[in-house]
Design a protein around this ligand. Structure first.
Ligand code: CO
Length: 216
């Protein structure tokens, strides 16, 4: 992709964006500066080709977004934990989405058996997903297919990590929300694929070990 936009052009784009938003909705700025009440929390990859709002067709105010390399939900990452806690306990989002994407550089890097420096502890989370699903993955002979499947399994395991959280389990008991969904974005078609994970079953299964519903 070689669409390089100049730095100065960004501010011109911004002015045009404001003008077009106001043209289609005279109250746009009034709504934008009011309280946010998004129903969706989106946790995705930082990859520049996967813009959350745009692929979901959602307007400002409709989706709370967290992005990091390879859309990981790691229990000692204060950043993602703060985002989820705020979204679930305060914004009361109804849908928590973990969205990965095929051709994810983070997942590809994790498949390489080599020292990647500062990335090692981060990508370890993906290597752990590989270890959990080693039999299924090793049975896939085509390397590209195996890589795509790891992208999907990584999303699945990050969804499980979301469901392990006390905030998610406790809010769900009270209100029936949030529910957690796993998606993969396909860069070649531009389409989102719902992995159709069974939220109720995952919640039930993990609560044998990770039941945090009883509070302190
Ligand atoms: Co990625």
């Amino acid at each position: 992709m070689d669409t390089h936009t100049s730095y100065e052009q960004i501010f011109e784009n911004n002015r045009q964006w404001v003008a077009s938003k106001i043209a289609s909705d005279a109250n746009f700025l009034e709504k934008l500066s009011g309280d946010q009440t998004p129903e969706y929390l989106y946790i995705g990859c930082s990859d520049s080709r996967v813009p959350a709002n745009e692929i979901m067709g959602l307007e400002p105010g409709e989706v709370f977004v967290h992005r990091n390399v390879a859309n990981l939900v790691c229990s000692i990452d204060l950043n993602v934990m703060s985002v989820i806690n705020y979204a679930v306990r305060h914004l009361k989002v109804k849908y928590v989405i973990v969205c990965g994407h095929y051709n994810c550089g983070g997942v590809k890097a994790a498949m390489q058996a080599k020292d990647l420096g500062i990335l090692n502890p981060w990508l370890r989370n993906i290597r752990d997903v590989y270890r959990l699903h080693k039999d299924e993955l090793n049975a896939i002979t085509d390397e590209h297919e195996r890589y795509n499947r790891l992208v999907e399994l990584n999303v699945q395991e990050q969804c499980v990590n979301v469901i392990k959280l006390a905030s998610v389990q406790q809010e769900f008991i009270v209100s029936g929300y949030p529910r957690v969904y796993g998606w993969v974005f396909d860069l070649k078609t531009g389409l989102l694929k719902d992995l159709k994970l069974d939220f109720d079953k995952i919640l039930h299964d993990i609560q044998e070990i990770y039941d945090l519903t009883s509070g302190e």
